[in-house]
Ligand binder design. Structure first.
Ligand code: ATP
Length: 355
């Protein structure tokens, strides 16, 4: 059992705030992904959870016990780094077994545990090979073996697939998820790659400038982004964001702006006379001659079964994911219709979602 609770976590380096008032819970057995652009504070958060960095303020609870000031070695957490950090002069077996040998565990027990880890990772046939000749994928498997052999309470992984080519990343991504489904150990995983985050995470925390913008299931984060930042960061192509200035007359589930009258999920908050941003995913946009929001086709990108059609409108560029056989030509005037129940509404001033 390993539940990780982070409360008001804050870290400043000589006055520079790297992590700002973070609050989240990583439930036992969860694969938790910290996602965000370079420098947003993911690694610093991970290092504080692991005990490699002291917070400026706030608390970290491991299964309810306050470990904020405990050493890394007292937290029973295993780290997997991007650079494989294997011992080049040792073979695979000794590399995997190293953390156990250094605890003084009996040789027979070490052997059994190493062989079990190798079986799980399907590298039994490599056990007596030197690590120097291994492929990058196999080196990463050995690094994982060295983490799982300890049977820790939780794993911390910092961009572990960052050094692999894209094909190998896909393979290892599938293997990591399979490994988690098998071991069910609480895992905190840092990446800047949203595809990796979506396919691996039970839960995702999206970070920007030291702040956790949102955390939840991949579906929650994709379908109901809490901010313009999340809407724009997740999805490929990202969510369309259209700005509507002043003169808003939101009735029941619709926003009238000049010539456009757009159905939106009726917000619980009053949104009159505010600048709004409407967010809609490309797959929820369609072309309709009757639509009041008009634009001009700027370009098309053929993707096999679908195409991405880019349309310029007075409220911003909008991309629609349409069936590949829909005929459109550059420069054509089109109407755009959004699926009303799939529109997100943001306050343009704060960038936060209006629910
Ligand atoms: P990356 O993916 O590039 O590692 P990240 O989201 O993991 O990015 P962090 O490594 O946590 O970001 O860094 C957050 C910010 O804190 C960055 O601006 C970084 O320069 C700064 N930072 C991190 N460690 C230190 C340190 N020891 N001293 C000073 N500043 C630091």
């Amino acid at each position: 059992m390993a539940e990780i609770r982070v409360e008001h976590l804050h870290k400043a380096f000589h006055g520079f705030v790297a992590v700002q008032n973070s609050n989240f819970v990583i439930e036992d057995r969860t694969f938790f992904v910290m996602l965000g652009p370079s420098g947003c504070g993911k690694t610093t958060t991970l290092r504080m959870i692991a005990g490699l960095e002291l917070p400026t303020s706030g608390r970290i609870l491991l299964d309810g016990a306050d470990v904020t000031f405990k050493r890394a070695s007292e937290r029973d957490i295993a780290f997997v780094f991007q650079l494989f950090a294997l011992y080049p002069h040792m073979n695979v077996r000794r590399n995997i077994g190293f953390p156990l040998v250094s605890t003084g565990m009996k040789r027979a027990e070490v052997k059994a545990r190493v062989e079990e880890a190798a079986r799980i990772l399907r590298i039994t046939d490599l056990l007596d090979r030197p690590v120097s000749g291994l492929s990058s994928g196999d080196r990463q498997r050995v690094a994982l073996g060295r983490a799982i052999v300890r049977r820790p309470m939780a794993f911390m992984m910092d961009e572990p697939l960052g050094a692999l080519d894209s094909e190998m990343r896909d393979v290892m991504c599938g293997e990591l998820r399979g490994l988690h489904d098998r071991l069910k150990a609480t895992t905190v995983y840092v990446t800047h790659d949203q595809t990796e985050a979506m396919s691996l995470g039970d839960k995702i925390a999206v970070m920007s400038h030291g702040v956790i913008e949102q955390w939840g299931t991949p579906r929650e984060v994709y379908d109901r982004p809490a901010s313009v930042f999340v809407a724009d960061f997740i999805g490929s192509p990202p969510m369309n964001l259209l700005t509507f200035h002043d003169g808003l007359q939101p009735g029941r589930g619709s926003v009238r702006v000049g010539e456009a009258d757009i159905g939106i999920p009726a917000p619980r908050e009053a949104v009159t006379k505010r600048d709004l941003i409407l967010g809609v995913r490309p797959e929820h946009v369609r072309l309709s001659d009757a639509a009041r929001l008009r634009g001009e086709v700027f370009g098309t990108e053929y993707l096999g079964t679908t195409q991405i059609v880019t349309v310029t409108t007075p409220h911003g560029v909008t991309r629609a994911r349409l069936a590949a056989n829909v005929k459109v030509s550059i420069g054509e005037a089109v109407g755009l219709e959004f699926r009303p129940d799939r529109i997100s509404v943001f306050d343009a001033a704060s960038g936060q979602a209006i629910r």
